[in-house]
Ligand binder design. Sequence first.
Ligand SMILES: Cc1cc2nc3c(=O)[nH]c(=O)nc-3n(C[C@H](O)[C@H](O)[C@H](O)COP(=O)(O)O)c2cc1C
Length: 327
Amino acid sequence: MERKDGRKPEAARKTRMTYEQLLEGEIGVVADVVGFANSQMTSIYADTTVVKSPEVVYRGVLSSRNRFISEEYLLNFRRSRADMSQIIGVNNYRLPSVVQSQACRRHKEDPAKLVPLPKFGPMNEPIGPVIRSRRSFRDYSGRPIPLEQLATILYHAQGITGKMELRGIPKTVTFDDDDALYVRAAPSGGGLYPISLYVFAMGVKDLERGAYRYVPEHHALKRVARLDADFDVNRLGQFGEMNAQAANAFVVFVYDLYANSRKYGDSGMAYAFIEAGEISGHVHLACTALGLGACDIGGFSKSEIEALLGLDGLSRHAIHFLIIGNR
Ligand SMILES: Cc1cc2nc3c(=O)[nH]c(=O)nc-3n(C[C@H](O)[C@H](O)[C@H](O)COP(=O)(O)O)c2cc1C
């Protein structure tokens, strides 16, 4: 389309080059980009390569026997309305005994064995600028952060922010004071909270270096492992160019498979990943509001982290990992 000022639109502008420049610098790059972007899933070699990289599996999707496990999962997790199993699973959770047992959750930990956290600090930044200025941060300064900042992040990620009275549930003498369900900052399918946050605290004032689990019901930490002074954080994941050794804390999102699959069946896993994303968003925004940096790490060492945290890797899985630090 002709512009009013008579100049050609950006896309139509031409760059002069010699034939040699075209051959040497241009055609190869363009061919590679077009080759990747055509997204053809028709490679006949997908079953014969030794290493099944994601690209190889993807190229062979239409012709090969190799599939992504996640593809199988997505095809199966949400079945038709005729599938009664999910409806029965959900209805079971309306039984008074089940609701009451959920209400007892806060008695699982003995407060005397926990490390108490200070009350969360102020975070009065307007949410619009906080959302707009959030960026993944990778160049940490190494300065320690106050314990109050860690407490503020954890509280806004997963802290208890509300109470739902149990209605229509008969009172018992035993459960008399367990008359409410305690709900948290981030949403959770059915309020079952299958995600736990674990923290490798490396540079937090007034907190011994170590691995801890956040206990929302008591706004406290439970120590799960001590870390030697020379503990190498590169054991936790692949950090590329970022100076992870200067970060203050590493947060691991752990999914307890049966905590929600007992109700939701196969859909439980999808709900857990959604919940992890919601909590992670809170962590990022809290860090931004506090002037701290944060970055998700896809390349975390799942089995190594699970071993360090004493998780079996069967029913309890590390499913997400992020790094927090002073700028
Ligand atoms: C699940 C997930 C995994 C990620 N893994 C890494 C990682 O291993 N290393 C890294 O530097 N950034 C990682 N990131 C951050 C992305 O690179 C980043 O969000 C993206 O480049 C957009 O930049 P922004 O977050 O600053 O807006 C990850 C993000 C997500 C959501």
